[in-house]
Design a protein around this ligand. Structure first.
Ligand SMILES: Nc1ncnc2c1ncn2[C@@H]1O[C@H](COP(=O)(O)OP(=O)(O)OP(=O)(O)O)[C@@H](O)[C@H]1O
Ligand SMILES: [Mg+2]
Length: 301
């Protein structure tokens, strides 16, 4: 494993003058990497990730959704797409990253999940180098990479969450979902105190229920972790979400005037305002992509 870590370290080394791969990207954007996670499963992460990504895109950002849910990969199903290639083919050096990026509704770019993530932690040196180079080639061309992770504390999810700079924790008002959300916050915070958390309460009956749910998580996080977790918003329980899932079209595309979509739009506005301004050099330095890759190293030692 040390060999792999060394190879990756060399590739992401900041102080090397020579370009690492191909031509310079046409644009240079400081890419932000986010994970979307939850303690309990089935709380609405994938639907949130997909529709959040679409809204960000409609605000003019370049977004890529990465389905990092190993067990229940389903971003593609939510879009009625059946991509032939996924991360597995990239890891095995069968396809380039461009070849595994698909276009969904409104041309949203996404990488389908697959069995590949299991293999990520046991790659050969050559496979790891290829993976790293390919992911680095995304630097500068995207504003956001969103990882939809599986629920709970799996090793793979933890790798992504702790390597990314920020994570959105999705919960519902149910007590089991709240306690599990707190458990994941506590675990991530203890491993990587620098990760920024933001909360989304999904499937609320009304704003009051959303507020009460957010308050509970905020209070325990404040008290026991000295951590302030801002809330991005509350998405109502809306029958249109399930209807859209059945039609395999993202709810914000199929039902742009639904209560869920309206709240999501507000939420995206708050998210935009919450983003720290990028340092002028961030894009040239590989934005968040380099940082993300070098942080993944910790788990490969
Ligand atoms: N705001 C909502 N209103 C009504 N139903 C919702 C809402 N959000 C999600 N759902 C329902 O919950 C189901 C599960 O959502 P989703 O697949 O996004 O959850 P998940 O957290 O990604 O699940 P998993 O942990 O299995 O990956 C949806 O198919 C939909 O029926
Ligand atoms: Mg999911």
């Amino acid at each position: 494993m040390n060999d792999q870590a060394e190879a990756l370290r060399n590739l992401v080394r900041q102080d090397e003058g020579a370009p690492l791969f191909r031509a310079e990207p046409a644009e240079t954007r400081p890419t932000r990497i986010l994970t979307i996670t939850s303690g309990k499963g089935g709380v609405g992460k994938s639907n949130f990730t997909l529709n959040f990504a679409l809204q960000l895109q409609s605000q003019g950002y370049k977004v890529l959704v990465f389905d990092a849910d190993i067990g229940m990969a389903n971003i593609d199903v939510l879009m009625g797409a059946s991509p032939k290639y996924n991360l597995y083919h990239l890891l095995k050096r069968e396809k380039s990253i461009e070849e595994i990026i698909y276009r969904g509704h409104n041309d949203l770019q996404f990488i389908a999940g697959g069995s590949g993530f299991n293999d990520l932690l046991s790659l050969t040196k050559e496979e790891l180098e290829y993976f790293t180079e390919q992911v680095l080639s995304l630097s500068g061309s995207l504003d956001f990479i969103l990882f939809d992770t599986g629920a709970g504390l799996t090793k793979e999810s933890m790798t992504f969450i702790t390597a990314a700079e920020q994570t959105i924790v999705v919960t519902t008002p149910e007590p089991t979902s709240i306690t599990d959300a707190y458990a994941i916050i506590k675990m991530v915070h203890s491993q990587e105190p620098g990760i920024r958390f933001q909360l989304v309460v999904n499937r609320v009956t009304d704003r009051k229920e959303g507020q009460q749910t957010a308050d509970k998580i905020r209070m325990v996080s404040n008290q026991f972790l000295q951590l302030d977790i801002p809330t991005l918003g509350y998405i109502p329980d809306d029958a249109n979400v399930s209807k859209a899932v059945k039609r395999q079209v993202p709810f914000s595309v199929l039902y742009p005037d639904s209560a869920a979509t309206r709240e999501l739009k507000e939420l995206v506005r708050r998210f935009e305002q919450s983003q720290p301004a990028a340092a002028p050099t961030e894009a040239e330095e590989g934005g968040g992509v380099k940082r993300f890759l070098s942080r993944m190293l910790k788990f490969m030692k």
